[in-house]
Design a binder for this molecule. Structure first.
Ligand code: ATP
Ligand code: MG
Length: 417
């Protein structure tokens, strides 16, 4: 009886060779744009102390209260697979005193993250994000750099049908005042709220604002708006952000109900929504987090960042399958030719030509078939007769043109391509 095979874990995905080039292409564009904006890459570990996330993302958030993969280490430590990257980047920023190297620090990452959510299209338990964090500036121009960086990357990846939503949620004290008013407004309607919103009422009432439930959305139409609770400075900051966005021709919509799910945000928050991928339509979220660095033990460092979901971005781009292709396939005829084939292959590879050859001692016909399947541009035939006469057939598989060349001239043939 055949042994039962092991399957991957629900909510995780293999990225197969037939699709990996979409990822590589997206990563290449991310690296390119990040460099154009002067951001350097940082790589942080896959797991951290659980405290890092409860102290930053917030105990009452969905992520910390129900989505984290938390486990006890054999020696008793409480660890968590990273559910988001900002907390780790901030931890590393503080731990390595990066603020002492430059007053402004521009960092980016591409990373795998873990959240125990209900798997569905665009929502997985292991997924990938790229993101950027800009440390050290409280000015609206920093918000603009971050938003235009995200926007440029989406443009370069080829996502056009996208809406930028922005809002401002002010300082913590403004939010605390607003929460009291929001709860006062919602209290008489408490029984009409969904179970999820009732749960949030005490713990995280702001999250009720981004409900998808239409009955609740209707109730909220008359709710007080956070903007009225902001300080003059908060309002001026937001005005400048809007002014610069207009100046840069970056289209945006103001969404007074946008609150974002994490505790650490203040002032500007934003989301990029794709108009093409169904219900999991947020492809990027971000915002200002001026007190996070000090809250995690660093010095006061106003900061802003974004994170974009790579699986959802791929869903939003039209992807065409791309076949494999190599520069040269060497057809090997007979055992005595093997050594020549190996030598020839490595010589060409050292000249940066990609080369494959048969490893199954198959017939000429099947080897030519394999060359076709690999979309080889050229084929070389090496057999005992060819070696004896020092005459090798080199065939251009696109044009069908064939040339007879001495072994020492094969290299020249490729050099002259
Ligand atoms: P959502 O409201 O869709 O749950 P979120 O607010 O939890 O999103 P963030 O924590 O802001 O998302 O993460 C930024 C981006 O990462 C999201 O806009 C989305 O594109 C992507 N993302 C978040 N969770 C997942 C997931 N479980 N699977 C795939 N992508 C995800
Ligand atoms: Mg979520």
């Amino acid at each position: 009886m055949k042994t039962k095979s092991i399957q991957s874990i629900k909510g995780t995905q293999d990225i197969l060779p037939s699709e990996v080039h979409f990822w590589q292409e997206m990563e290449r564009k991310i690296f390119e744009e990040m460099a154009l904006f002067g951001f350097s890459e940082i790589r942080t570990p896959a797991f951290e102390n659980t405290d890092l996330f409860s102290r930053s993302v917030g105990e009452q958030t969905d992520i910390v209260s129900k989505e984290m993969y938390t486990f006890e280490d054999r020696s008793g430590g409480n660890l968590t697979l990273k559910p988001e990257a900002t907390a780790s980047v901030v931890r590393a920023f503080i731990q390595h005193n990066l603020d002492k190297i430059n007053t402004l620090t521009r960092l980016f990452y591409i990373d795998a993250l873990f959240r125990r959510e209900r798997p569905q299209k665009g929502r997985y338990r292991q997924f990938h994000q790229f993101g950027a964090e800009l440390f050290g500036s409280e000015h609206p121009e920093a918000d603009i750099e971050i938003i235009s960086l995200a926007s440029s990357i989406f443009k370069s990846i080829g996502i056009d049908e996208i809406t930028l939503k922005i809002n401002t949620i002010g300082s913590k004290s403004a939010r605390d005042n607003y929460k009291i008013e929001l709860k006062r407004f919602l209290k008489p309607q408490f029984n009409k709220l969904s179970e999820a919103s009732r749960e949030r009422f005490e713990k995280n009432p702001l999250r009720i604002l981004d409900t998808k439930n239409s009955q609740e959305q209707e109730i909220l139409l008359n709710a007080p708006q956070i903007f009225e609770y902001l300080s003059e400075d908060d309002k001026a900051h937001f005005s400048e952000v809007k002014m610069h966005l207009k100046g840069l021709n970056i289209n945006f919509e103001i969404d007074p109900y946008l609150v974002r799910g994490l505790d650490y945000y203040n002032r500007t928050i934003f989301e990029f929504i794709s108009n093409e991928i169904g219900s999991q339509n947020a492809i990027c979220g971000g915002g200002r987090y001026d007190s996070l660095v000090s809250q995690l033990g660093g010095s006061d460092t106003p900061s802003i960042g974004f994170a974009a979901g790579m699986e959802r971005i791929l869903l939003a781009t039209s992807n065409k399958e791309r076949a494999e292709n190599i520069d040269c396939y060497i057809v090997c005829m007979g055992n005595k030719a093997q050594d020549w084939v190996l030598k020839c292959a490595n010589k060409l590879r050292s000249m940066k030509f990609s080369v494959c050859f048969d490893l199954l001692k198959r017939s000429l016909k099947s080897q030519m078939k394999e060359a076709n399947r690999l979309n080889a541009k050229h084929a070389i035939i090496i057999g005992e007769n060819e070696i004896k006469d020092n005459k090798f057939q080199v065939k251009d598989l696109d044009t069908g043109k064939q040339q007879e060349v001495a072994f020492e001239h094969i290299i020249k043939y490729f050099k002259n391509l």
